[in-house]
Write a protein that binds this ligand. Structure first.
Ligand code: ZN
Length: 329
């Protein structure tokens, strides 16, 4: 009996030790919440009082779009775009106006390879209407969620079909870059990024963000590949207790080395996400005619916001994701 018990114990231990690394959420919960929260401090005095009052809501709901990826089948493509599908000059070939892109590639294709830049524009427009209607709940909802999609677009691996290094034998790099590094190094980052600015063309800006992210894909993958080759294999991973289970994670030393090679890239993309989010909020508010947000201060925010309102559902229902699981690890 004792021997059998011992074998069970070993089996359980092995199972726990080889649980795959933490599920990869875009930017991780830490990164998304931090980006939304710090964007509040970029706002001008006409806006900052309102956003500060609701800063907990804006922060906590930064991750709503990731939470509903599993319950809404057309949510996943909103978080990324696989540019390689559209060839070497993808950013020149893809029409930036949704209807033109549908004409050229079909809606099914666009949905299959991800739509993050159009989703940013869509949520930005929804936010303008929320301001115009002076709807507290909608302002909060679209402000928070716009932060999510904007932050995702700043992540290099959200712009490539090799989104988790699965094509280059670097499985796990997605969560490594956007979750592990910010969680370990994020407390040392400088989150004060200056004042929000008016954006002349939100659509073009969304595409510019995607372009900059895509240009960084090469270094994200290449540096990790080089580090993997020279780093002692038995020190690459360590184990940490997370959510009451022991998980395999990239070791602190490996993370530090990779972060040094990236030369502040993760911090830079987080900082750019913050200033961009503040600027999108600010622009939407101006375009909406600068409604007086102080009038809204007394209303109580509701946590029972409908997560999926019909006006968001312009997207087709039967999506076939070409990367099988919509960039989920
Ligand atoms: Zn996401």
């Amino acid at each position: 009996m004792k021997k059998r018990y011992f074998i069970y114990l070993i089996a359980i231990l092995l199972f726990v030790l080889f649980i795959p690394q933490e599920t990869s959420y875009s930017w991780g919960f830490y990164g998304h919440k931090q980006i939304n929260k710090m964007a509040v401090f970029t706002l001008p005095y006409e806006m900052i009082g309102f956003y500060k009052k609701h800063i907990d809501y804006i922060t906590n709901h930064a991750v709503d779009p990731d939470k509903r990826r599993y319950t809404m089948k057309n949510e996943a493509p909103r978080h990324y775009i696989d540019l390689e599908h559209y060839g070497h000059n993808a950013l020149d070939s893809i029409p930036k106006i949704w209807e033109r892109a549908v004409e050229k590639y079909s809606e099914d294709t666009l949905m299959a390879y991800g739509i993050v830049p159009w989703q940013i524009e869509k949520h930005y427009i929804n936010l303008i209407y929320a301001f115009k209607n002076e709807s507290l709940n909608e302002i909060l909802r679209y402000s928070s969620e716009l932060g999510h999609y904007l932050a995702d677009a700043h992540v290099p691996l959200h712009t490539t079909e090799n989104y988790n290094g699965q094509l280059t034998d670097q499985h796990g790099i997605h969560g490594f870059w956007e979750s592990r590094i910010p969680e370990l190094k994020g407390t040392t980052y400088d989150y004060f990024v200056g004042k929000a600015k008016y954006i002349d063309s939100p659509s073009e800006t969304a595409w510019k963000i995607v372009k900059d992210s895509h240009l960084a894909v090469d270094s994200v993958l290449r540096f990790e590949k080089a580090l993997h080759k020279e780093f002692p294999m038995d020190q690459k991973y360590s184990y940490e207790t997370k959510a009451a289970s022991l998980q395999k994670v990239y070791s602190l030393e490996y993370t530090n080395r990779y972060n040094m090679m990236l030369n502040g890239q993760v911090e830079r993309r987080m900082r750019e996400s913050i200033i961009m989010l503040g600027s999108f909020w600010y622009t939407a508010w101006i375009v909406a005619g600068k409604p007086n947000l102080d009038k809204l201060k007394d209303k109580i925010e509701s946590d029972t916001l409908k997560i999926d309102q019909p006006n968001l559902e312009v997207l087709p229902q039967n999506i076939i994701l070409k990367n099988n699981n919509g960039h989920e690890d």
